[in-house]
Design a protein around this ligand. Structure first.
Ligand SMILES: CCC(=O)N1CCc2c(cnn2-c2cccc(F)c2)C1
Length: 199
């Protein structure tokens, strides 16, 4: 088994999907969380200057979705066929496109709040409508077994619900999917044991 070291801030953020995959598969890893204050010193030492990174026996992977896709493939959570894998990737990318619209690092709190509110009020409903319709009466978003697309929906919607608690009130199927993911014993255990952070 390779030695895995994940480096990110003490946040769920862009690393939580990777942590879910480690938790579900039972693979041990180092969950290295850096202080925001240390980031300016660490940033120049990181290829492409962004985290999370995952070091795999000393080989450094970057880009959270590339890391997650690697782990999902290694652990059978990427989709059962190339076609299913393409469907999984499309759902992940669609969800990530929305999450990436948020100006997470905006320093002007008035500007930040205005954009956050607009995205949550005006843009989120269209995405949620489409995800709810895509899920329909299936148990999982793609195929007959859980994939990292289901995990990603839970990870991202957990943050969105912190920002807008009534987010899923009109999307019962998506809320039920969250509950299904969080009821997976290894995910339940991870959520109970992980550091409690707002984002
Ligand atoms: C200063 C940085 C910061 O506050 N965060 C980083 C980005 C982020 C946070 C929470 N979710 N999230 C995220 C998750 C997935 C995709 C994505 F684009 C963004 C919090």
């Amino acid at each position: 088994m390779p030695h895995y070291k994940l480096t990110y801030f003490n946040l769920r953020g862009r690393a939580e999907i990777i942590r879910y995959l480690f938790a579900f598969s039972g693979i041990k890893y180092e969950d290295h969380r850096i202080e925001q204050a240390d980031w300016p010193k660490i940033k120049p030492t990181i290829p492409f200057g962004k985290i999370p990174i995952l070091q795999v026996d000393g080989v450094t992977l970057h880009q959270s979705l590339a890391i997650a896709r690697y782990l999902a493939k290694e652990t059978g959570l990427a989709g059962q066929t190339p076609l299913e894998q393409a469907l999984v990737d499309a759902i992940v990318d669609t969800t990530d496109d929305f999450m990436s619209m948020f100006p997470w690092g905006e320093k002007n709190q008035d500007v930040k709040q205005q954009i956050f509110n607009d995205l949550l009020t005006n843009t989120a409903p269209g995405l949620l409508r489409d995800l709810e319709s895509f899920l329909g009466d299936q148990k999982w978003l793609v195929g007959k077994t859980v994939t990292w697309a289901d995990f990603y929906w839970d990870v991202c919607s957990t943050t969105l619900l912190f920002l807008k608690p009534d987010l899923t009130d009109n999307y019962p199927k998506l809320l039920a999917l969250k509950e299904r993911v969080q009821a997976l014993p290894a995910i339940t255990a991870w959520i109970q044991q992980r550091p409690k952070t707002t984002l």
